[in-house]
Design a protein around this ligand. Structure first.
Ligand SMILES: [Zn+2]
Length: 77
């Protein structure tokens, strides 16, 4: 089974996702699966790719997406 992929924008260093494989599991109640599926982590701004595992060991691939113009503009006050 291919790893789940999470895309992070250029300025994003932390993420929180739900592991698809855990959610698709039929073990336990939906609430228990939802709790187990929560994966949080961080990726340094200068790193383009990384891996995390959920509590059950499913692999989650992190990919940084650099889109020209996105994240480089400040907010006009
Ligand atoms: Zn999982």
């Amino acid at each position: 089974m291919p790893a789940q992929t999470v895309y992070l924008l250029a300025d994003t260093t932390t993420f929180a996702v739900l592991c698809d494989a855990c959610l698709a599991s039929r073990e336990g109640s939906l609430a228990a699966r939802h709790r187990a599926a929560q994966v949080e982590g961080s990726l340094r701004r200068d790193v383009d790719i990384g891996f995390r595992s959920c509590r059950r060991g499913h692999r989650i691939l992190l990919k940084r997406v650099r889109v020209a113009g996105v994240g480089s503009r400040g907010f006009a006050a």
